[in-house]
Every structure is written in structure tokens, then in C-alpha cells.
Design a protein around this ligand. Structure first.
Ligand SMILES: *Cc1c(COP(=O)(O)O)cnc(C)c1O
Length: 371
């Protein structure tokens, strides 16, 4: 069976370098916030093109720390989408803020900028003031950031980028994660850049904001043992940082391989009943996921399973319909109708850079059989 993702194959492809990195960190005798972490932060910031990057415990915590550092708390509403990993919404609630969930553009699966402009100009009654927008770049390509940044900028509302699925993706030639006030990356094992456990990183050009995030991730310490403000414990450990340092130099090449696999899938689908994923003009997609819209999804999943091809659904239930949130989180005026349709139809094909040509050919043969 070809799995939808294979983080073990990623480890095996670099086993000698990753093992050496793990041993180096283990032998150092220093396991939390040391040389590996500091070096990874500097290398990641240089790769991304921001002044600073601050490691933390997960992608969820990266969003939490970004929100906290911007002073977003219980007296605030944060606008995001319902068609995302639940973590985007969970992070907003961790800081005590109210998530306001908007609908998506059905072609790119990202926030509808017109609905954002509408709620910023005319916020739904009964909610705390909107103090931030969390823009989720889903599946590997960016939101329609231009109008979103313009609308936020006009009101002085910070835009935070959720970059958990877009490491290395470009919009108009510029890396995602460099457009907003601050950006949050997950380094979960299956992401385009993944650790061998939980990890995350926050990036920004604002040195004061980066310093505050650095303090908040460790009990609010600016000086050791003295909390300048109340913080949390969400640190990037040295073992994960060492692994990530070994992997970062491979990221761009791995993204190129993902695009090559996507191009093969595109060609196999051409002329058939299922259209390849829509690319946003000006975007360079990094295919964290290769997602189709398939009205008869169960039949197609079964056909692929029969051919030894695993698939996944990102995501089977919109956040606002999940038991923890249903009937409780406010929605924008479009009431997430496209989001609910998408949840019924999205299907993710196997996508990871270590897929062999033979595996890619097998998926393509199954896709050609749809014609
Ligand atoms: C994975 C993911 C997160 C959360 O990251 P974790 O490291 O799992 O906490 C947040 N947002 C999106 C869009 C994600 O895909």
C-alpha cells in the first residue's frame, strides 16, 4: 500500500546525517535552548528571509505565542477559517480570544477575501473587537494575501500567517511567512519541514516582538528565574533542533520533488472527469497536500485502495461542525457553505518527496483509468 504520507521514509533518506545530529545533541550535555536551537533559529530565519525566528514546542504553540506577543486575549476576536487543521482555531481559544470563522474560495480552499473585507467593515454584532486575522495558507499555496493585507493595513489590524503547510511556497516571488506581522510554522513530522516529534517556529522582522515571544515561551523570563510577565513552557529542544538543521538544506529540493510528483498527477488527470488542483496565479505551490475535489469520493477512495493506493481527507469535518465547536463558534455572513461542500469532496493523494518513480507511476496509472 502506498501511504498518503511517509515520515519514516524521510528519516531513512537522511539517516546517517540525522543520526549524527542526534548523537551530537545527546553528547553535548545541554538539551533545552542551547547551541543547536540558536543555530537552527538563525538558519531558518536566513532561509526564510526574516530578521528573526524563535523556536517553540509545536505549530499550535507558535500561533499561541504570536497572538500572546501581540497582546491578543479575551477581549479580542480573531478572524480565521473553518476549513483548516483544528489547531488554527484551538490556538485562538487558548489565548481566550473568540474565533470568527469565514468561508473559503472553493477553487483554492483559502479564506474568501471579500468576506474578510465585509466583516472588517461591518463586524457581526455581539463579538469583541476584531484585533487580528489568522491567514491559513492551505495545502502548500498561499491565501489571496494582497486584498487581505490591504484591508488589515487600513485598519491597523495585524495579519498573522499560519504557515504550517507552506514552508518554501512563494507568492509573487516572495516566500510565504514574510508578508504578515508575524508567521507561525509547524515542524510536525509530516510537514514539508518536519522534526522527529513536535516542534514549531515563529518568524518576524520585528525584533521587539521576537524578544517577547522568546520570553513568553519560557515562563516570561527575560532574566533567568525572573518572570517579567506570565508565560508558558513551549521550547524547541536540542534533539529536534539538531534534526531540523540536518533537514533544512534538503527542503527546497524536497519541495521541487513534490512539484514534480504533482506535475505527473496533473498529466494523468488531464482529459478525465476529475480536475487537477487549481494553482493561484503568482503562487508557487509546495504541495504539502495534492488535493482533488471529487463528488463521488467514497467510490474513488475505494477504487484507489483496490489499486494499493492510500488516500487521506483534509479535513473530513469543518471545525465549526466538530463536537467541541458546534453551535458555539461564530461564523461570517457566508455561513461557511463552501467549507461544508469542500469537506464532502476533498481527497488527498499520496504526496511525499521520497515516493519512488514506480510508486508515482502506479498512482498515475490509477488516475488515467478514470478517463
Ligand atoms: C499542522 C498544522 C497546525 C498545527 O501544528 P502542530 O505542530 O501540529 O501543533 C496549524 N495549522 C495548520 C494549518 C496545520 O496544518
Amino acid at each position: 500500500m502506498i501511504p498518503p504520507a511517509d515520515p519514516g521514509a524521510g528519516y531513512r533518506a537522511q539517516q546517517a546525517e540525522i543520526d549524527a545530529a542526534l548523537h551530537r545533541a545527546a553528547a553535548s550535555g545541554w538539551y533545552i535552548l542551547g547551541r543547536e536551537g540558536a543555530a537552527f533559529e538563525a538558519e531558518f530565519a536566513r532561509w526564510l528571509g526574516t530578521a528573526r525566528a524563535v523556536g517553540c514546542g509545536s505549530g499550535t504553540d507558535a500561533i499561541v505565542l504570536a497572538l500572546r506577543a501581540l497582546g491578543i486575549g479575551p477581549d479580542a476576536t480573531v478572524v480565521t477559517v473553518s476549513h483548516t487543521a483544528v489547531a488554527s482555531v484551538a490556538a485562538i481559544e487558548v489565548v481566550g480570544a473568540t474565533p470568527l470563522l469565514l468561508d473559503i474560495d472553493p477553487e483554492t480552499f483559502t479564506m474568501d477575501p471579500d468576506e474578510l473585507i465585509s466583516v472588517l467593515g461591518d463586524p457581526p454584532p455581539g463579538l469583541p473587537p476584531i484585533r487580528a486575522v489568522l491567514a491559513v495558507h492551505l495545502y502548500g499555496q498561499g491565501c489571496d494575501l494582497g486584498p487581505m493585507l490591504e484591508a488589515c493595513g487600513a485598519l491597523g489590524i495585524p495579519l498573522i500567517e499560519d504557515c504550517a503547510q507552506c514552508h518554501g511556497s512563494l507568492l509573487d516571488g516572495r516566500k510565504l511567512g514574510t508578508f504578515g506581522r508575524v508567521s507561525a510554522f509547524s515542524l510536525y513530522p509530516t510537514k514539508n519541514l518536519g522534526a522527529l516529534g513536535d516542534a514549531g517556529i515563529v518568524a518576524t522582522d520585528d525584533a521587539a516582538l521576537a524578544d517577547r515571544i522568546g520570553a513568553l515561551r519560557q515562563y516570561g523570563w527575560r532574566d533567568r528565574y525572573i518572570s517579567a510577565e506570565s508565560g508558558i513552557n513551549s521550547r524547541l529542544d536540542e534533539l529536534q533542533a539538531a534534526v531540523l538543521r540536518a533537514r533544512l538544506p534538503r527542503l527546497d529540493g524536497n519541495n521541487a520533488r513534490r512539484r514534480e510528483i504533482a506535475a505527473a498527477y496533473d498529466a494523468a488527470l488531464t482529459g478525465g472527469p476529475v480536475a487537477p488542483p487549481v494553482r493561484r496565479p503568482g503562487a508557487e505551490h509546495v504541495f504539502h497536500q495534492y488535493v482533488l475535489r471529487v463528488p463521488g469520493r467514497p467510490a474513488m477512495q475505494a477504487m484507489l485502495r483496490e489499486a494499493g493506493i492510500g488516500t487521506a481527507i483534509h479535513y473530513p469535518m469543518p471545525v465549526h461542525l466538530q463536537p467541541a465547536y458546534r453551535g458555539r463558534v461564530p461564523l461570517g455572513p457566508a455561513e461557511c457553505r463552501e467549507t461544508e461542500r469542500a469537506a464532502e469532496e476533498v481527497l488527498s493523494l499520496p504526496m511525499y518527496p521520497e515516493m519512488t518513480d514506480e510508486q508515482v507511476d502506479r498512482v498515475c496509472a490509477a488516475l488515467r483509468a478514470l478517463r
